[in-house]
Design a protein around this ligand. Structure first.
Ligand code: KE4
Length: 434
């Protein structure tokens, strides 16, 4: 039984947080970890194993954040650990090409339908930032389209009506972004077919790219209306604009080939990250060779990175991808995801509480409202009060949900068995307790 995380057993984490706050802004190295929107003091994790975290106070938590996506096999996976240990024998970084990079590129090209060539980098942010620069360099155009609530990392031109931690903290338009940058970013509502048709009608020849999370998961999880993604593909093709799928979160998670494999749409570029690093720092972007070959040293678009293709990160990511190919966890994710979704919906129905639980495979989120969420406005219309209450109930009963209503929960293979049942019971009773 996962231990409870009652607040009075928070002492070591609280002491660590006090020290951290003296030297690290907000006490965290990434804002969403600070529990600012859910309230309370963040716990510190001492170790992670399978589907569980052990906090600095010794509490054991069933983890539905999975380090924001990378831990798809569960934490501290033995095969990934062994791969990193082996790579470590040969050193930590070379700054030259290394065999792991070639194997990783071959795996990604083999797995992701749209990728003919790929470049490794060190974060999802670098991946989307580089993809945008590449699309602008390739098309020689400046304007890009993004969608309200989508989060593509902390890229200057994309921190406009952004989701995830920016939205959580109530500043979806970050300070420090020059107006000139934001002026080149057109923000539309996701699922608004008329708006995107209209903008291409007026500015099609100026638009370098659309960048989209095909299933937005940074303002909760939102699914496309039938035909919407196909429309984005059609408009980009007709106007010579680059369609960029940001699959940093959904890639290798919602299918081995990501959402693009599920929906059968081929973007021109794909941003990747998280899972392909096996928990180590990583990002990648890839797509049509004709576009990718605009990158230095072949072409005029510069992009670089000291630790890009780092042997330890590559070894970990290769082990993670090969394990996905061997294990094929996706059918089990659909079953476990539905199990949690139905437990939540049944509990809400019996309590007479309005709740939506969009769920696809190993990803789900909660919106306390009557109607389905189709866009940022819907997602932010409701109060987050019920979510925050459920978050703390769950934490006190040994289950760790994302510390923000504007995130998505993740399952991993290690949830299978007693953990998923125990978590479903805790979350259902948490809904009952609202
Ligand atoms: P990173 O730079 O954090 O590796 O990736 C940025 C990014 C890009 N694209 C998508 C679709 C993403 O979800 C992310 C990052 N995801 C967040 C969680 N929603 C990371 C958590 C955090 O910021 O601490």
């Amino acid at each position: 039984m996962a231990g409870s995380q009652t607040h009075d057993t928070h002492t070591r984490s609280e002491a660590l947080f006090e020290r951290a706050k003296q030297l690290i802004p907000g006490g965290v190295n990434s804002p969403v970890r600070a529990f600012r929107s859910v309230g309370g003091t963040p716990f510190f994790t001492q170790r992670a194993e399978g589907a569980r975290l052990t906090t600095a106070d010794g509490a054991e938590l069933i983890d539905f954040v999975c380090t924001w996506g990378p831990a798809i096999h569960g934490h501290n996976d033995p095969d990934i650990r062994e791969a990193v240990a082996q790579a470590l024998e040969a050193g930590t970084s070379f700054g030259t090409p290394n065999p792991y990079e070639v194997e990783m590129a071959e795996l990604i090209v083999d797995i992701v339908p749209s990728v003919e060539k790929v470049r490794m980098c060190n974060s999802g942010t670098e991946a989307t930032m580089s993809a945008i620069r590449l699309a602008r360099g390739y098309t020689k155009r400046d304007k890009i389209i993004k969608f309200a609530g989508c989060y593509h990392g902390h890229v200057d031109s994309l921190l406009v009506k952004a989701g995830s931690g920016a939205l959580t903290l109530g500043n979806p338009d970050s300070a420090g972004i020059p107006a000139a940058f934001a002026a080149e970013t057109i923000v539309l509502d996701y699922n608004d077919a008329e708006a995107v048709r209209d903008i291409f009608q007026k500015h099609g020849h100026e638009i370098a790219a659309i960048i989209v999370e095909p299933y937005p998961a940074n303002c909760g999880l939102i699914l496309p209306d039938p035909g919407y993604l196909e429309l984005l593909r059609e408009l980009c093709t007709a106007n010579g604009s680059v369609l960029i799928f940001d699959e940093v979160m959904t890639g290798f998670r919602l299918a081995l080939g990501g959402v693009q494999e599920r929906v059968g749409i081929t973007p021109d570029l794909t941003a990747m990250g998280k899972i392909i690093g096996g928990g180590l720092p990583v990002g990648a972007f890839g797509g049509r060779a004709e576009i990718m070959d605009c990158l230095a040293p072949l072409g005029p678009v510069y992009q670089a990175g000291t630790l890009s293709g780092n042997p330890l990160a590559m070894a970990a990511g290769i082990a993670a991808l090969k394990k996905l190919q061997q294990v094929n966890p996706y059918p089990a994710f659909e079953v476990m995801g539905a199990r949690i979704r139905d437990a939540l919906l049944d509990a809400a129905r019996s309590k007479g509480i309005a709740l939506q639980v969009p769920q696809v495979g190993s990803m789900f989120s909660l919106f306390f409202r009557e109607q389905a969420v189709r866009n940022y406005g819907d997602a932010t219309a409701g109060s987050t009060e019920n979510y925050n209450k459920l978050f703390h109930y769950a934490l006190d009963h040994g289950v760790y949900l994302a510390p923000s209503a504007y995130e998505t929960a993740f399952l991993c293979s290690a949830h299978q068995g007693p953990d998923i049942d125990q978590a479903a019971e805790v979350l259902a009773s948490g809904i009952q307790a609202l």
